[in-house]
Design a protein around this ligand. Structure first.
Ligand SMILES: [Zn+2]
Length: 152
């Protein structure tokens, strides 16, 4: 499928990150952002514009995977908050960003698409410390998430 005539779709051509799991409808990706360990995307495989273009059953399937990601992030990464966002202005694939957030992270309390605040030295030192702890659990989080998805 192509997004527009002659323009290949990047999310049809590539997974868009490290593939954790997929089925015919969905895939789950490790975004691999070193500044935000555990950042995960759930991507609808087909080109669909809006959530309301999906059937009720498809929406449920989609969101159940998003909520599984959220619950696994809570368990393994112990974030202060989880941000869930769907924008999709640059790709014809519906997708959800599931972002664990910490009070010391480079953008908190703004969205991760805002300007970074880690030029504040105190924040930077606290974040380095917490990032070490979180990063130590990131591989366990993705392994556990993968296991749960593969058994579903
Ligand atoms: Zn595509």
């Amino acid at each position: 499928m192509s997004a527009a005539a002659g323009v290949p779709c990047v999310l049809c051509a590539q997974d868009g990150g490290r593939l954790i799991w997929r089925n015919d409808a969905l895939r789950v990706i490790d975004v691999g952002d070193p500044d935000l360990p555990g950042y995960t995307r759930v991507i609808w495989q087909a080109h669909v514009r809006e959530m309301t273009d999906l059937t009720r059953a498809e929406r449920t399937e989609f969101m159940e995977v998003v909520y599984l990601v959220e619950s696994m992030q809570r368990h393994w990464l112990k974030p202060d908050k989880i941000n869930i966002a769907s924008l999709g202005n640059q790709t014809p694939h519906l997708h959800w960003h599931i972002m664990p957030r910490w009070k010391e992270d480079p953008w908190f309390p703004d969205s991760i698409w805002a300007a970074r605040r880690d030029d504040e030295p105190r924040r930077h030192a606290h974040w380095k410390e917490r990032l070490g702890t979180v990063s130590a659990h990131e591989a366990q989080y993705f392994a556990a998430l993968s296991a749960r998805l593969h058994e579903s």
